[in-house]
Write a protein that binds this ligand. Structure first.
Ligand code: ADP
Ligand code: ASP
Ligand code: MG
Length: 437
């Protein structure tokens, strides 16, 4: 059971989570995010420190500490437990205060970002202690690890976690941190923003869980982005492929990589609502349940590159050379379209844009469009579903579409549009594909 930031973000919510995990006697591993707002605050602290502004960092640390002090006073009531909590906060905030004096580094940044999940799980464990729920806190840093490509080491996680669980066979509830992990150098690292979903899926896969439950602040995956579109509705069932596409192409409810471990080890995933636990939510298994378009999602900060060359005409090996440039800079390509003399690709990381562009210029002229958005239409067998293309293109006739990708899989059609057309595109698709406002 993974609970996100808003699910543990208020003392009352944390108490409700305790009720949820205590509702049955099944053995469970509970994965917690940081309290909502904490990771953002830690990112800010790190950023101002990186810029050398210790004063601003100190102010932000003090504000965060005040927030936690009042959180604890509302969460706990027994004196002995309150004292433990107070000592715990002193330790963690002392750490943050010490780093003000150390020179900033990337490793330190990761240590700072880890504080959120360390705090939320320790506070939750103290609350369980107060209400006398038998449990054990197992540090994610003892079993989560990345390899030297920064990919999670599922095999190692499995072995280490099983050893820990074996030692405590009688314990009914384990609590651990989402998001944080060790990297190949043994340092504290993380699974990137929103990574607690990924932790949950990796852990569920590692222990071969019956289910991986992702508890959040909405009743499952909706057909469109509820932050952008007024009327959206939950989807009852998705296949792993559909859910993975939606997660990868921007549905914030799931971390982009969070589906593959569950899919690989065939663990069903449930998306559930902490604020409305009896709502059906979304079930994700190998079965799609139904055919047709299920949802649309959007992914921002996309860069499109067009490589145009008359040498591409009738030439084999051209695409390989182009792709090798992206491989060299470990930058993955999301969308591709080709014509006889040009190829367009999209990337979601601009870190090596300059180097990539420079090397591609050896093969032709290169045009770069930044600030683009991929809008993905996801479903099951959509390419075989009647009228989808008709409705899709009728809806977007006012949108300047830069690229279209169709036929790569049976469950995805992707469009590339300028970022400033995202809201309009999601809205017209809501009407055109789902008949919702
Ligand atoms: P948590 O803190 O629990 O991880 P997130 O904020 O990461 O929660 O994810 C849940 C949020 O994702 C929802 O509140 C909603 O605004 C957003 N979201 C974006 N797209 C979708 C979608 N297609 N379905 C459901 N939620 C979505
Ligand atoms: N706390 C981390 C974040 O805000 C991880 C997560 O919530 O999933 O990104
Ligand atoms: Mg999240």
């Amino acid at each position: 059971m993974k609970f996100g930031g808003t699910s543990v973000g208020k003392p009352q919510r944390m108490k409700e989570v305790a009720q949820l995990i205590n509702a049955d006697k099944e053995t469970k591993i509970v994965v917690l995010s940081a309290l909502s707002g904490t990771t953002n605050a830690l990112v800010e602290i790190s950023n101002v420190l990186a810029n050398g502004d210790r004063y601003a960092a100190q102010e932000k640390i003090n504000a965060l500490e005040a927030h936690y002090r009042s959180f604890v006073n509302e969460l706990l009531s027994k004196d002995a437990v309150l004292q433990k909590a107070s000592k715990l906060l002193s330790e963690h905030f002392e750490f943050l205060n010490i780093i003000l004096k150390i020179s900033f580094s990337e490793a330190l940044n990761k240590d700072i970002l880890a504080q959120g999940e360390l705090l939320s799980t320790k506070l939750f464990s103290l609350y369980l202690e107060e209400i006398e729920v038998e449990h054990r806190l197992i540090p994610a840093l003892d079993f989560m690890s990345l390899d030297n490509q920064d990919e999670p080491q599922v095999g190692t996680i499995k072995v280490k976690l099983s050893q820990i669980l074996q030692k405590h066979k009688e314990v009914p509830v384990f609590i651990t941190q989402g998001y944080i992990t060790r990297n190949a150098k043994g340092e504290v690292d993380n699974l990137k923003r929103g990574g607690s979903d990924y932790s949950a899926s990796l852990i569920a896969a590692a222990v071969n869980a019956n289910y991986c439950e992702i508890w959040t602040d909405i009743d499952g995956m909706h057909n469109n982005d509820p932050r952008v579109v007024k009327t959206t509705r939950p989807i009852e069932q998705l296949s792993f492929e559909e859910a993975a596409e939606l997660a990868y192409f921007g549905a914030k409810i799931l971390h982009p990589a969070s589906i593959w471990p569950a899919q690989f080890y065939n663990v069903p995933v449930k998306l559930l609502n902490t604020m409305d636990p009896s709502a059906k939510g979304t079930l994700i298994t190998e079965h799609a349940g139904s055919t047709g378009v299920k949802a649309v999602a959007a992914k921002d900060n996309i860069t499109a590159l067009k490589i145009k060359s008359s040498r591409m005409l009738l030439a084999y090996g051209f695409l390989r050379k182009v792709f090798e440039v992206f491989e060299k800079y470990r930058t993955s390509i999301d969308m591709i379209t080709t014509s006889e003399v040009a190829v367009s690709v999209t990337i979601d990381s601009d870190i090596y844009l300059k180097e990539i562009t420079r090397e591609l210029e050896a093969y032709g002229t290169v045009e770069v469009d930044t600030n683009q958005t991929i809008v993905s239409i996801v479903g099951n067998e959509i390419t075989e579903t009647k009228d989808v293309m008709l409705k899709l293109f009728a809806s977007i006739n006012q949108i300047p579409v830069r690229m279209v990708s169709y036929g790569g899989s049976r469950h995805n059609i992707s469009l590339l549009i300028p970022r400033n057309y995202k809201e309009q595109t999601l809205q017209v698709l809501n009407k055109g594909l789902f008949d919702l406002e």
